[in-house]
Design a protein around this ligand. Structure first.
Ligand code: SF4
Length: 366
């Protein structure tokens, strides 16, 4: 099979195996853009309810541009990687002001928008406009690395360039939309990471890795990323039946989300001492520490966190709180906590706290 035969075989196979995903019904530039951003680092099944809720609430770019940040963060809560939704907000405003309220049908101009890189620009150009641009996600990387038996590490810039060129060369005339979706779908459903289903594969006759018996070794990974383990402590600071929340800055990690104050324990530091130090540094106050809550473990891409929460109360007037890092703070009734957008690691803690009343809180204080 030559390249054009591989491209045609994939494009012909797609209509027979395609899944009916909500963003595939009416693949408008706006819907493709939002779905592709949601799908970054996130499984399809997990994205579907978020996408559906988003489109019900924000059916057009104008709705996104005019929404407040809190609304967007709440709709995104649970998807993680919150800088994605901040970029969507900025991009929606640019689209409204400069592009008639829709993603433009121009690759170069798409790439100039916040949060849109080569993959997303290629996906919008091909899936929404049927223009011949490659869109190489992890599933496509795996499939193409096997079809062309690429031995170099898949994340190297040379390999990424080669994969994009190979994906573009496969597009049959006028069939970019079908071909790119076929590559993604075949990678996701057939060319599976551990056990590729070669007998079902539309390009098995042209697959070099299969012929050479090396499919299990493709794509070749680079050096494994080291995982950092973090021990953290947070304070559920209580005053007059309300809990203290602070808002993260609008730039950096998890921008604009609400959180409980706290931070990393220093080497050999006891959790209670670490908590007192953190709140002194972050809020400028001394605290009395009460009962602990259940520790929470959470995994991010390159680090694992164990978070130890403690009830505590201000040892001096809460009026003297000064925010060192946060942009804003509030005292909130426990039952209202679920209305705020938190990092994923806080969700269980928030759910537990929301069940407590004033008496429950005071019992746990020192
Ligand atoms: Fe993947 Fe097998 Fe198809 Fe090759 S033949 S692309 S290894 S599923």
């Amino acid at each position: 099979m030559d390249e054009s035969a591989i491209g045609r075989a994939l494009a012909d196979w797609f209509p027979k195996r395609r899944r009916d995903l909500p963003w595939r019904l009416n693949p408008s530039p706006y819907r493709v853009w939002i779905s592709e951003i949601m799908l970054q680092q996130t499984q399809i099944d997990r994205v579907i309810p978020f996408f559906t809720a988003w489109m019900e609430r924000l059916p057009t770019v104008r709705h996104v541009a005019e929404a407040d940040r809190e609304t967007l963060l709440k709709l995104w809560e649970g998807l993680g990687y919150y800088s994605r939704v901040i970029n969507i907000h900025q991009t929606a405003r640019i689209l409204l002001e400069e592009h008639d309220g829709a993603p433009p049908a121009e690759h170069r101009r798409l790439l100039a928008l916040p949060g849109i890189g080569p993959y997303t620009a290629g996906a919008i150009m091909s899936l929404a406009f049927n223009e011949p641009y490659p869109a190489v996600d992890a599933n496509v990387e795996r499939l193409l690395s096997r079809v062309f038996d690429i031995e170099e590490p898949v994340k190297s810039s040379a390999t990424q360039k080669r994969l994009r060129r190979a994906a573009a060369d496969l597009i049959p005339p006028g069939r970019a939309r079908e071909l790119n979706q076929a590559l993604m779908e075949c990678g996701a459903l057939v060319c599976l990471p551990r056990s590729p289903r070669c007998e079902e594969c539309p390009v098995r006759a042209g697959c070099l890795a299969r012929r050479r018996g090396v499919a299990a070794y493709r794509p070749r990974k680079g050096e494994p990323r080291s995982i950092t383990h973090l021990e953290t402590v947070v304070g559920v600071l209580v005053h007059k039946g309300r809990v203290f929340l602070q808002k993260r800055p609008e730039v950096g990690l998890m921008p604009g989300l609400w959180e409980f104050p706290g931070g990393k324990l220093e080497k050999g530091e006891a959790p209670v001492e670490g908590l007192k130090r953190e709140l002194r540094e972050e809020l400028g106050i001394e605290v009395r520490v009460g009962s602990p809550l259940a520790a929470v473990r959470h995994s991010y891409t390159s680090f694992r966190v164990r978070m130890r929460p403690y009830f505590c109360s201000p040892a001096s007037s809460p009026e003297s709180i000064r925010l060192e890092k946060a942009s804003e703070s509030r005292w909130v009734k426990p039952s209202r906590l679920p209305e705020y957008s938190f990092p994923a690691a806080n969700r269980r803690l928030v759910a537990d706290l929301a069940k407590l009343d004033t008496d429950d809180l005071s019992e746990r204080l020192p």
